[in-house]
Design a protein around this ligand. Sequence first.
Ligand code: 3PG
Ligand code: MG
Length: 400
Amino acid sequence: MPDTSRPAKGPLVGLPLLEDLPELDGRCVLVRVDFNVPLGPDPRGGGGTVVTDDFRIRSALPTLSWLQDHGAKVTACTHLGRPKGVVDPHFDVAPVRARLAELAPGVELLENLRFDPGEEDDDPGFVDRLVSGFDAYVNDAFGASHRSHGSIVGPPARLPSAAGRLLAKEVEVLGGLLVAPARPFVTLVGGSKVGDKLGVLRVLLDLVDHMAVGGGMAFTFLAAQGHAVGASLLDAGRIDSCARLLEQAGDRIILPTDIVALEPGGTVGRHTAGTGEVRMIGTDVPRGWRGVDIGPETAGAFADVVAGAGTVFWNGPMGVFEDERFAAGTRTVARAVAESRAFTVVGGGDSVAALDELDLASQVGYVSTGGGASLELLEHGDLPGLEALRHAPNAPRAGA
Ligand code: 3PG
Ligand code: MG
């Protein structure tokens, strides 16, 4: 019988898995995790700082417990925020360590990797110090595996290494979207940074049947169609690229047909309503006004296309949903994704936060722990962290 435990194609090929590690009983294992989690004031009072969303920590537990069950002494390491190579108490991992101790007793957590400039510089001396004293390395940090940082790409050249359960699952699910998605394949994209997403949009356009574009990035597309965008978010240098995508896409790109706009001088609130008059308008934004959410007609159209889908991939919010007044578009889309009978995949902190807020995350087929990483995997079909693991001394050889 052929070995069905190993995939024949896709980015999982050649990755060493936990089963490919040498005997672990009594050995020390370093696990790179992505515990770059949101922190906030302790709701129980006392003035302390706590982890406000432990999804990324819980997602690593299967790997941590597998290693402990096999007798390993497990040490985890993560980055937290962007402290830029200096020790900064704002980015102390102590609250993460406290939550980890509750969820995975016995697992140690090293200091924030990004307190040392060697992490982002992938400095060999830094990596040597990091792996010193360890017998094996596991990468379960999917959300950071698009970064060629020391703790991601360095250890597999030095130690027997493996992809953890979370990393392998993420790669299987997201890589699967590229191979044989059930049709129609619908992607919903939003968020503010069109520049960061153009590459993946180009790749996705070759794969999908419909691509619905909302959020701040929609205005660069609307501008490419000649609409006035007022004071909305606009990436003027990307208008031509968006015009080319629209040409290539024919009617597969679906843009907003109505917009929620905020008057000049109005403010956007955070977890509360800001100030200023709000109006529903068409696709031309008056001077000084800012488009801040998709309108109800657009949200309904996006929900309809999701309802008819076989596969849905959603990344990025449809509006500035932190302000209650501009949350409706993202909410309608979140509900449609949750209710859809399609295989649904959601990636990116903001989309996941919207699902969580509505208590809908459990109704989605797969919630990715990676935002940037999931887009990079879709765009390039691979990640630096995966490539490094394939070169580990214990990696399965091609064809084996
Ligand atoms: C994330 O939260 O997106 C990952 O942890 C990567 O963080 P970074 O964008 O700061 O590298
Ligand atoms: Mg990010």
